[in-house]
Design a protein around this ligand. Structure first.
Ligand SMILES: *Cc1c(COP(=O)(O)O)cnc(C)c1O
Length: 363
């Protein structure tokens, strides 16, 4: 019917068909308004209603109280590496990081780059980022501890978030596992996520800031780099990514229609199990690249017996309608990203293909 393939891309990534259809249906004339959402002024009453609707849907899905600010910003998750350090690390304090791979490294380096004191509280670089450190050592005078909940490139995921001492704010880059499972939001002082992995198309970044953090914000920063600006103007200091915010709202409502985060999490576990079981039962033909206990339920990384077989695997898979299985260019191998919107049939069928491929191509 729609001729859609199984899209295992790490991001931008698969979106729910139901959401795409709703966008399509309302594309030319949004609910009788005579124009598309993307043609509306962000100051108009109609768009303001959409914006509020998305914010409320985000709050419901996260079970957020009124103690969080909900922002939609431009610049991607990468701009948050800069903004977190710039806004929340005064001169007499130290920005703390747990380094679990590429994106976490970039966040740490960004703090250093803008002249902040930065400290690695823990790192798994010694084992090529194949595990999640379970312990960490904070510096004196920590401004915050920053973690990356899911490591999109290496395929690891925090199963338990670090317990920070009272008074130390925990910041989290949740770009690639946001809304994939229920979490205790109140553990975090700040959460951010680029939309393009699990909640929408590229172009918006969701930022949740606990309200008690507002008094800690650095003052006198450049307008667009200051969270104060965006909080005061409710993300409307300048034109926000209007169409993306609308789609994030649709994705949030889709999550609710599936029974919320509990149900989504259960489904994500079942989905990932098809592939991890296949890896574990392959007598070493497929090799997972990370510690079992830290395996990501969103980005499943694995190797084949040789690079030649990996190339052949990816090519044959593409021919059968499985796309996006090539590992990140920095690490090689294979990666199957299994975000919320990927149907369970996709991982079931991929596991069948993997078994077939192994049979036909002995090591
Ligand atoms: C993709 C990704 C980023 C980068 O996001 P941009 O929106 O492209 O800046 C940062 N962190 C994580 C964990 C990611 O997966």
């Amino acid at each position: 019917m729609e001729n859609r393939i199984h899209n295992f891309s790490a991001g931008p990534a698969v979106l729910p068909v139901e959401v795409l259809k709703e966008i399509q249906q309302d594309l030319l004339n949004y609910k009788g308004k005579g124009m598309s959402v993307m043609e509306m002024s962000h100051r108009s009453k109609d768009y303001q209603a959409i914006f509020e609707d998305t914010k409320n849907a985000v709050k419901r899905v996260f079970s957020l109280g009124d103690n969080f600010e909900v922002l939609f910003l431009g610049g991607g998750a990468s701009t948050q590496f800069l903004m977190t350090a710039l806004n929340f690390c005064p001169e007499n304090k130290v920005a703390n990081y747990i380094n679990t791979g590429t994106w976490a490294t970039k966040a740490y380096q960004e703090a250093e780059k803008i002249g902040k004191k930065a400290h690695l509280a823990a790192t798994s670089e010694d084992e090529n980022f194949s595990y999640i450190p379970k312990q960490f050592n904070l510096s004196d005078n920590p401004a915050f501890l920053h973690i990356t909940s899911n490591n999109t490139i290496y395929g690891t995921q925090f199963k338990q978030f670090p317990d920070v001492p009272e008074g130390v704010p925990l910041f989290c880059d949740m770009s690639s596992d946001i809304v994939s499972k229920p979490i205790d939001v109140n553990k975090f002082a700040l959460i951010y996520a680029g939309a393009q992995k699990n909640i929408g198309p590229a172009g918006a970044t969701l930022v949740l800031i606990r309200k008690d953090m507002v008094e800690k914000l650095e003052k006198g920063l450049a307008t667009m780099m200051s969270y104060s600006t965006h909080i005061k103007k409710d993300s409307m200091h300048n034109t926000p990514p209007t169409f993306i915010v609308y789609i994030i709202g649709l994705v949030m409502k889709w999550i609710e229609s599936k029974g919320g985060l509990e149900s989504i999490a259960k489904l994500n576990e079942e989905k990932a199990a098809y592939i991890y079981d296949c890896i574990d039962e392959s007598n070493g033909y497929y090799k997972g690249t990370v510690a079992k206990e830290d395996r990501s339920l969103m980005n499943i990384t694995f190797r084949l017996p040789s690079e030649e077989l990996e190339a052949q695997f990816i090519k044959e898979a593409a021919g059968k309608g499985f796309s996006g299985l090539k590992g990140h260019r920095s690490v090689g191998g294979c990666r199957a990203s299994t975000y919320n919107a990927l149907p369970i049939e996709a991982t079931k069928e991929l596991s069948e293909f993997m078994k077939e491929f192994k049979k036909n191509n002995p090591a």
